[in-house]
Design a protein. Structure first.
Ligand code: CA
Length: 239
């Protein structure tokens, strides 16, 4: 991304540790972003709820509301708002909880500054792209995917539509485009998350998102019929 493009993006950083917050503000201002900040969960939520930020970087351990609660509350207001969580490196549980409450991505502390900048750029690139593909699309013959309202509805069913996150919609769209073959986790990370091939690949992020999608759309998530696992190869949307 060029500096001109970055200037159009505004970030909200929610972090209570002064030194880390100051470092992150410097980093992103240096890279040309407009940066806003909050030092506790309540202030973070209040600012995030305005919807004025293109991306929220959210620490887990915060005074007041913790990062998970804040993310969960943000999701109640907006399923579109991109959120990256800062988790503790050693805590797998934190990572899973973060993705389950609706974070788009996470980065573990202590993180590499370069990696964080790349993740932010990837999330912003994707969310910009997402705004261009709007409409209703038929999926696996029996569903209608509404890419604008982020819902999935069974055609010929009176059940109310399932609500999806933007990321879940993007995963389904990508699997649909490639439904003639299995799609690997690495490919999903590159194409849906926008990670560079060289970046540190975190395939667990993909698995957690797929598990969440299956819980929403499969009759029996343990024996998925729609998003099938192809052993050793990846995932495939079956028609
Ligand atoms: Ca903290």
């Amino acid at each position: 991304m060029t500096e001109e493009q970055r200037k159009k993006f505004s970030l909200l950083i929610v972090e209570d540790e002064e030194a880390i917050l100051a470092g992150l503000i410097d980093l992103f201002v240096y890279h040309g972003y407009v940066v806003d900040s909050a030092k506790d969960g309540n202030e973070g939520l209040r600012k995030a709820a305005t919807g004025h930020h293109d991306l929220v970087i959210l620490d887990v351990m915060l005074p007041g509301l913790d990062g998970f609660t804040v993310c969960n509350e943000i999701r109640k207001v907006s399923r579109e708002q991109p959120v990256i969580m800062l988790t503790a490196k050693t805590s797998e549980e934190d990572i899973i909880t973060g993705l389950t409450v609706g974070a788009d991505d996470y980065i573990a502390k202590p993180f590499s500054v370069r990696e964080l900048v790349l993740r932010v750029e990837a999330v912003l690139r994707r969310s910009k792209k997402a705004r261009h593909q709007e409409g209703k699309i038929t999926l696996a013959r029996s569903w209608e995917l509404d890419t604008q309202n982020l819902t999935l509805r069974m055609i010929e069913s009176s059940q109310s539509p399932v609500e999806l996150s933007r990321r879940e919609v993007d995963i389904l769209l990508y699997l649909r485009e490639n439904s003639h073959r299995p799609v690997s986790r690495e490919e999903l990370l590159e194409e849906v998350w926008g990670y560079a091939r060289a970046s540190n690949i975190e395939t667990r992020t993909v698995d957690i998102h797929i598990a969440k999608l299956r819980r929403k759309i499969e009759e029996n998530p343990k024996e998925p019929k729609h998003i099938a696992t192809v052993r050793g190869e990846g995932y495939r949307l079956t028609v």
